[in-house]
Design a protein around this ligand. Structure first.
Ligand SMILES: *[C@@H]1O[C@H](CO)[C@@H](O)[C@H](O)[C@H]1NC(C)=O
Ligand SMILES: *[C@@H]1O[C@H](CO)[C@@H](O)[C@H](O)[C@H]1NC(C)=O
Ligand SMILES: *[C@@H]1O[C@H](CO)[C@@H](O)[C@H](O)[C@H]1NC(C)=O
Ligand SMILES: *[C@@H]1O[C@H](CO)[C@@H](O)[C@H](O)[C@H]1NC(C)=O
Ligand SMILES: *[C@@H]1O[C@H](CO)[C@@H](O)[C@H](O)[C@H]1NC(C)=O
Ligand SMILES: CC(=O)N[C@H]1CO[C@H](CO)[C@@H](O)[C@@H]1O
Ligand SMILES: [Zn+2]
Length: 536
């Protein structure tokens, strides 16, 4: 067994994974002497390891050890079922960690090493709309910018490719290493292919969920199902960090036969995930856990992620816990566009974070975690204050927000090896510079990241053991046939054309009812300038 690295671990899904990684690997990276935010299974909380080094071999974290004691016993893995033995790097030398000679050594002294962040809800193709919907509402979004708008005809395959690619770069630049993509630019075979190509070219870890939808342009749901099957056979997926899944919002609205055909397809297709928009309340979009349970389609072998879940009910929450399915809560989306999330905080134990429409606001998950943390604190403080009582404690901690941004996303996708820094986990890693004016003086790295960091502090990013950002510069994936300047130039041309079309398109008149029995109404507008009252 000499010259080989053995890792065995039992994932939460009870599958035995055995890694055989060549000892002399071209892909070893050593991050030396940093402060690592790991995870402690016993207490289920982030575990801070100081003066710690991480050895990455190929796509995995091979060893984590105390930098001041490199010949001591490595820090054991906490991934469920991993024995201490699994962390011993060189089976021929159990007294310490052997570092392969060609290892790339990077000092991370004074810096914070975090697992990559996980965005469990995104529509990447929409990047070209950036800043043109700064005060849009959900009702307007649906007709003006969404999958059923004129986008279906105006966006070319190239527009979709470029938007998706630049959207991924925005995410990677911010340390978002995993994305659950609700890919609803499946307007034609070519446009679906363009979205998948950009996803593979981008170099992020992605659950790319093909959307089946009735877009009334002749490309029917039946055609889409055939197209999905073809794309899923793409051999490039085997070498890629992209896995195919399904996105579907028709459970509550489509014909029974269509719903059945999508469920049948999901069950036979070995999909990585299924995702659906669920809002409830006055919004309808009623693709709830309860509805899927009634369709006998909730206790599935693949993960199902319910995005938003704004008005989730206690019964839904109970069903999620019983079947271990998750919601993706999207705080900025729900505040920006008026969806609200009054009941979502009650199901944080089956929740992860998502961004949603990144063209309207920030796409980094740390900001989402911060907004969620502070809005949840406010909501629960207010309940106490409304009883004329003074809160003596805080309703939510930074540790909980950090877990939502990282490990919870991995669990939502049933991937205990994603969103954590532990031996055997995927090497999806973010290094924060701890010395910027906003970070300087930190003691608690979790509080530093959640409350004080910004995207500018993200110094390095690794996905699957490969650099995606180094020394604050994006590192494009090998094999992309464009430079970054070329990508940007082409994207700007595409965005300009698209933005002009939308500027020329009058805003929709939202008159009458949004849904039967749910009329439109005006929200109060508050201005900064007294008296004039332009409203914008
Ligand atoms: C961290 O470990 C290195 C390597 O042994 C050592 O030189 C350094 O003094 C340690 N730093 C702290 C803060 O303990
Ligand atoms: C085992 O590894 C330690 C630390 O790398 C090293 O000092 C020691 O010489 C090694 N022992 C053998 C028998 O190779
Ligand atoms: C996606 O990439 C494949 C392989 O390079 C290519 O055959 C296909 O035409 C691409 N799709 C689009 C829409 O460009
Ligand atoms: C199912 O997909 C996973 C990757 O998502 C793959 O590793 C596995 O081999 C597939 N199983 C079958 C039976 O095709
Ligand atoms: C879900 O299915 C698994 C096996 O497929 C079964 O063991 C479990 O009891 C089911 N859970 C619920 C809540 O139905
Ligand atoms: C950028 C944009 O969409 N601005 C709009 C904000 O809302 C007002 C009132 O509906 C519109 O007049 C603006 O055009
Ligand atoms: Zn969405």
């Amino acid at each position: 067994m000499k010259g080989r690295l053995y890792h065995r671990f039992l994932s939460a899904a009870s599958l035995v994974h055995i890694f055989l990684v060549p000892f002399i690997s071209a892909g070893s990276i050593l991050l030396e002497e940093g402060t690592v935010i790991s995870f402690d299974d016993a207490s289920q909380t982030p575990k801070v390891l100081r003066n710690t080094s991480i050895l990455i071999t190929d796509d995995r974290i091979a060893a984590i050890f105390d930098s001041s004691n490199p010949s001591g016993v490595p820090i054991p893995s906490d991934i469920e079922g991993v024995s201490v033995q699994a962390a011993i790097f060189d089976s021929s030398n159990t007294s310490g960690v052997s570092i392969p000679t060609d290892t790339e050594r990077v000092s991370v002294r004074g810096k914070i090493i975090s697992p990559g962040f996980i965005d469990t809800h995104k529509h990447g193709w929409q990047t070209a709309y950036k800043t043109i919907a700064s005060n849009t509402t959900l009702a307007e979004y649906v007709v003006r910018y969404g999958e059923f708008s004129q986008a279906e005809t105006v966006f070319t395959s190239e527009d979709i490719y470029l938007g998706q690619l630049v959207g991924i770069y925005e995410a990677l630049n911010a340390g978002v290493t995993s994305i659950l993509e609700h890919a609803h630019s499946t307007f034609s075979r070519e446009k679906a292919s363009a979205s998948l190509n950009a996803s593979m070219d981008g170099g992020v870890r992605m659950w790319w969920c093909y959307t089946f939808h009735d877009i009334s342009n002749g490309f029917s749901v039946e055609d889409q199902i055939e197209n999905f099957k073809e794309l899923k056979k793409d051999e490039r997926l085997e070498e890629s960090t992209v896995e195919v899944g399904i996105a579907y919002d028709g459970f509550s609205t489509a014909a029974k036969e269509e719903v059945q055909s999508v469920m049948d397809l999901a069950k036979i297709s070995n999909i990585s995930a299924l995702t659906t928009h669920y809002l409830g309340g006055p919004w309808f979009f009623a693709n709830s856990p309860k509805l899927l349970h009634d369709l006998d389609f909730l206790n599935t072998s693949f993960p199902i992620v319910f995005s938003h879940s704004s008005f989730i009910t206690p019964e839904d929450a109970s069903l999620l816990r019983q079947t271990n399915q998750y919601i993706s809560t999207t705080p900025e989306s729900k505040m920006h566009s008026g969806q609200d999330h009054p009941t979502t905080p009650f199901i944080q134990d089956q929740a992860a974070l998502g961004v949603d429409t990144h063209f309207t606001y920030s796409a980094d998950i740390v900001t989402q975690a911060r907004l969620w943390l502070q809005s949840t604190r406010l909501e629960f403080f207010r309940q106490t204050l409304n009883r004329w009582r003074i809160p003596r404690n805080s309703p939510m901690s930074v540790n909980q927000a950090f877990l939502l941004a990282t490990r919870a996303g991995g669990l939502a996708l049933r991937r205990p090896d994603v969103g954590v820094i532990q031996v055997g986990a995927k090497a999806d890693i973010v290094v924060f510079d701890g010395s910027s004016p906003n970070m300087l003086g930190w003691v608690d790295p979790v509080a530093a990241v959640i409350l004080h960091s910004n995207v500018g502090d993200v110094e390095h990013v690794l996905v699957n053991g490969e650099w995606r950002k180094k020394d604050r510069q994006l590192v494009l994936k090998d094999g992309l046939n464009m430079t970054r300047d070329e990508v940007e130039e082409k994207f700007l041309e595409s965005a300009k054309r698209i933005q002009e079309v939308w500027m020329q398109t009058p805003l929709p008149e939202l008159e009458g009812e949004f849904q039967p029995g749910v009329p439109y109404a005006d929200a109060d507008v508050e201005d900064v300038v007294r008296g004039i009252g332009t409203g914008y």
